[in-house]
Design a protein around this ligand. Structure first.
Ligand SMILES: [Zn+2]
Length: 239
């Protein structure tokens, strides 16, 4: 079927909820660029945390967080490149799209990992250390079986995964970094408005990517500053 253009030459018409929006060439390029740009900084940032680690817990957290952060941008860039240039390979594109969605769950778990591993959080915090990975695994399994089938459920899963561990973080006795965590969280929430605006706002998905990059940068800064550059003394007791 021939693609119909919206009012803007750089945006296609909105599609029904059960269909996938078809980006224009410009939107495809923007989708790739807005996450590709962050691959090198995320790898560099991860190595900075690794080299600033002072014990095995910090090193492990740096690796887990770095892997989640870098793979989010790498897999997203790969998916958007395939969706742009190799969309005729339907099953390959479908596979990359699933990976793009799965990696978000691991990225969320990995973003919480340094806080949960390196901060004194009380009894609930200890459970949350493994619970985030159980949640990420459930989310991944859900994507495997029901990818794109119930879009609202998917959005609810991401929100629960993103917000639930924050409740434990909010209760931590040491409050430094909390402000940055909330600002980062607000970036993701604001970005979700654009995530759902394909065909309404031109370059909506690329704007969503920028909000993700912004949220991730603020969270990286907080992790670097409060957990690695000036690690609190009381964390030793919780490990
Ligand atoms: Zn994307």
């Amino acid at each position: 079927m021939k693609e119909t253009r919206g009012v803007f030459w750089f945006m296609n018409n909105r599609v029904p909820p059960n269909k996938r929006y078809q980006p224009t060439e410009y939107e495809h390029a923007a989708n790739c660029a807005t996450h590709a740009l962050w691959i090198i900084p995320s790898l560099l940032g991860s190595s900075v945390l690794h080299f600033q680690s002072e014990d095995q817990w910090e090193r492990l957290s740096a690796w887990v967080y770095g892997a989640g952060l870098s793979s989010l941008f790498i897999i997203s860039t790969l998916f958007h490149t395939v969706a742009w240039k190799k969309s005729h390979l339907r099953s390959v594109e479908h596979c990359f799209h699933m990976c793009d969605r799965m990696v978000i769950y691991f990225f969320i778990a990995a973003s919480y990992a340094p806080w949960l591993n390196l901060r004194e959080l009380g009894p609930w915090g200890c459970h949350m250390r493994w619970l985030v990975w159980v949640m990420a695994s459930f989310g991944t399994t859900y994507v495997f079986f029901f990818h794109e089938r119930y879009k609202i459920t998917e959005l609810i899963c991401y929100t629960v995964m993103g917000v639930f561990p924050a409740l434990v973080i909010l209760s931590m006795p040491e409050q430094s970094g909390l402000c940055e965590l909330l600002v980062g969280g607000a970036c993701y929430c604001l970005g979700m408005v654009f995530f759902k605006s394909d065909g309404i706002v031109p370059f909506a998905h690329a704007i969503w990517h920028l909000f993700v990059a912004m949220g991730a940068s603020v969270h990286y800064y907080a992790i670097w500053k409060y957990l690695y550059a000036q690690p609190p003394n009381q964390v030793q007791t919780s490990r």
